[in-house]
Ligand binder design. Sequence first.
Ligand code: GLU
Length: 444
Amino acid sequence: MTVKVRFAPSPTGRLHVGNIRTALINWLYARKAGGKFVLRIDDTDLERSTKEFEQGIETDLAWLGMGWDEKYNQSARFPIYQEAAERLKASGRLYPAYETAEDLDRRRKVQLSRGQPPIYDRAALKLTAEERKALEAEGRRPHWRFRLEGKRVKWHDLARGDCEVDTASMSDPVLIREDGLYLYTLPSVVDDVDMGITHVLRGEDHVTNTGAQIEIFEALGAVTPTFSHTPLLVGAEGEALSKRLGSMSILMLREAGYEPLAIVSHLARMGTSDNLEAAADLAELIEGFDFGKTGRHPPRYVDADLDRLNAQILHAMSYEQAQARLQNLGADLGEAFWTAIRSNLQKFNDVSAWATVIGGSIEPKVEDAAFLAQAADLLPATLDADSWSSWVNAVKEKTGAKGRGLFMPLRQALTGMDHGPEMAPLLPLIGREKAIKRLLGETA
Ligand code: GLU
């Protein structure tokens, strides 16, 4: 059996970290198994879906390195859903119901006041042909409900182990609205069958759906795929993220300067038994992917973890990997420059500030001009990797300054900043001429 999975976003917004975690689990699973990763655009809701959001989904996946093998739009497949709906109607599993939202609401309230579960009472199943005709003559159009068998639906879940949903505790789901719109439930099953999806890997919010959908697979005479429902992300304090997710889009993370590999390493490894460290590349994540490592607790999404992974990636990035991006920023000052400053970067674009320190001109920070003038006198004639320590020693002997009082004024004058990479490799990059000017308080 060739593994085939799908990521099925609705193009009604930009992808956020929660969506991407689901996409990633599918993608890693497919790549590890040598299988296929399908991108299915769930755009049956023509009013809420847009081509811009669909394009955004493709852009985000491509930027993160998750290519797809096949792509489908549900909006182009209505005849296939129609055919499946006709079959379910013919077998009596899909039935017309005419209640308005108000009718249903009223009945729910009555049920609740009697201490009964608010489950659809199947009144529509009892309508006679004449009663239906009369309702239609009034201009009522039916929505269509799937008649559940009301049984314990069981499956073995890759993430949750043995699962069970009692469909007797659920309302018969509406599959088609009265305006003819196919809700998510049926098209998803029909596509999973038609596309030969072997594994449905999604979030825990779909567990109840799975109970109903397994009944639909069976009603269509299809083989049920294997399921996995992974816990949904929560915030740093364990709080639900649902409200915040809108502001955690991949687009925003990208604009904030995060590396795609940091984002996918973070999402792939959080809530697993792997250490939460940046992977060297996607191949390492594919190799290491295993549902056996997935915990049962909701993984905590902690911003500081992503920052840490991002910095790790930059600190290990070779000059070859960085060069094209350095050029784009006008900050390609050579390998020695990159090696000197990369360990100080949190985001790639931080490099610009250091390119200015080395290749441009800065305002030196000067507190004790006399001390710096003495230091300038002692600066060696030629600067190399060893010059910093011999120079600092000479300044120490001459002035008696030590520790922070010795290093900090030199750093501040030479870089204009209080913090930064090690000074030893920076000094020869700054060069003697600029160093002297800065020590003397000149903009250089
Ligand atoms: N479009 C559905 C969603 O985004 C897909 C769920 C599924 O994977 O079946 O929730």
